[in-house]
Design a protein around this ligand. Structure first.
Ligand code: ZN
Length: 150
């Protein structure tokens, strides 16, 4: 895994343990280039998941992408505590991930199923989160950025 500070290609694992009932592996990593230490939560199972987009393209599932999209939804308004929101986003993302493994057929998951699962989990926390997620996902699916293949 790349260093999050200097983007050095290799980092050393100095400590690790399984969390969330084995769905995630917590790893303490050290970069030999800049000597900085950071923590990752990696999912071996998630590494083998692929998302089938509406246009039929197949992309590797990235847990961090899911986490960021959930964080954006829950981190709303002024005077929000980023740490609290990150904790909530992690909790929701972990729940979605668990359901993804169940729903995935031979490692492939349709993007609309991923969105439906995320919607369901967000709705349990707050209805407005679910609605915001759908609006955001719809936008993401429709927009093609310059240089991006359709
Ligand atoms: Zn580094």
């Amino acid at each position: 895994m790349k260093c999050i500070y200097c983007a050095n290609r290799k980092t050393e694992v100095i400590n690790s343990r399984e969390i969330k009932g084995g769905t995630l592996t917590w790893r303490r990593r050290r970069c030999p280039n800049c000597a900085k230490i950071f923590t990752t939560k990696e999912s071996g199972m998630a590494d083998n998941l692929f998302v089938i987009k509406r246009n039929g393209s197949r992309q590797r599932f990235i847990y961090e992408k899911l986490f960021v999209s959930i964080f954006i939804i829950v981190n709303t308004g002024k005077n929000r505590d980023n740490g609290d929101d990150a904790k909530l986003a992690k909790k929701i993302s972990a729940r979605i991930l668990k359901k993804l493994f169940v729903a995935a057929e031979s490692r492939d998951i349709k993007s609309k199923i991923l969105i439906a699962l995320a919607y369901e989990e967000l709705k349990k926390v707050h209805r407005s989160y679910a609605d915001r997620y759908i609006a955001y996902s719809d936008y993401r699916l429709k927009v093609t950025f310059p240089g991006q293949q359709k």
